[in-house]
Design a binder for this molecule. Structure first.
Ligand code: ADP
Ligand code: NI
Length: 214
């Protein structure tokens, strides 16, 4: 198996599937996570092929994106087989995409590559892009930007997190500001620190404007 064409084919496969996605898991989210994955994998000396393939496929079995998770998983397995990815690599890639999602809590990540892809995915939820995705998600659900009378809920279960129609600003406290401390790699942590700071600055400006400050 030649890795380069497999990555290229997988890119086209995923792009075709996610082109119409409207809740922040569109193709460009994947493209950014792949670029971030390359950067972190290089610094952390993770296997680039496994990391990039997992980054490309990581949202294809998400229950927000697909109706039937089992069926989606089979589709991914069939895809990897059709590309002649060997059994060992398939198991590794599938393990990564099944364990990294935030809503699945703090799954124990068994490989460096899983840690790298999770960090790359989480980095895309914070900073300037994370803020944009947060408001896009809230807009797609018809949720408010902010309501000063509604407190954030800091200890939600998986179901509560999924079902909640909270405000976009509360989502900062419920998820986005927690992600820095959840980074797995030191490269991820350094990048997260910068984006975290930017979000704190953003909130300060937001509250100032909310109150009509000069
Ligand atoms: P993951 O795919 O890691 O499980 P989610 O599906 O929870 O993450 O979230 C995908 C994107 O939508 C992220 O950028 C996240 O911050 C944003 N998001 C998720 N839930 C909300 C919400 N209730 N309000 C605003 N943004 C949200
Ligand atoms: Ni993602």
């Amino acid at each position: 198996m030649n890795q380069k064409p497999v990555i290229q084919n997988t890119k086209e496969f995923v792009r075709a599937k996610l082109e119409q996605e409207g809740t922040g898991h569109d193709w460009w989210h994947i493209a950014r996570v792949v670029e971030m994955t390359k950067t972190i994998a290089e610094d952390e000396e993770a296997n680039p092929f496994i990391s990039i393939m997992a980054a490309l496929l990581h949202d294809l079995i998400d229950d927000k994106v697909v109706v039937d998770k089992e069926e989606a998983l089979h589709e991914v397995i069939n895809w990897l087989s059709s590309q002649q990815v060997n059994g060992h690599d398939q198991v590794h890639i599938l393990n990564i995409i099944q364990t990294i999602s935030f809503k699945d809590g703090n799954n124990h990540l068994t490989s460096l590559e899983a840690q790298v892809v999770q960090d790359a995915d989480r980095l895309d939820a914070i900073g300037a892009i994370g803020i944009a995705r947060c408001f896009t998600f809230a807009g797609s659900k018809g949720n408010l930007i902010h309501d000063p009378h509604v407190e954030p809920e800091l200890n939600m279960s998986q179901e509560q997190y999924r079902e909640k129609n909270g405000t976009a600003i509360n989502h900062f406290y419920e998820k986005l500001l927690k992600l820095k401390e959840l980074m797995n790699t030191s490269t991820g942590y350094k990048l997260a620190e910068k984006r975290h700071q930017f979000m704190e600055q953003y909130l300060e400006q937001f509250y100032g404007e909310w109150k009509g400050k000069r």
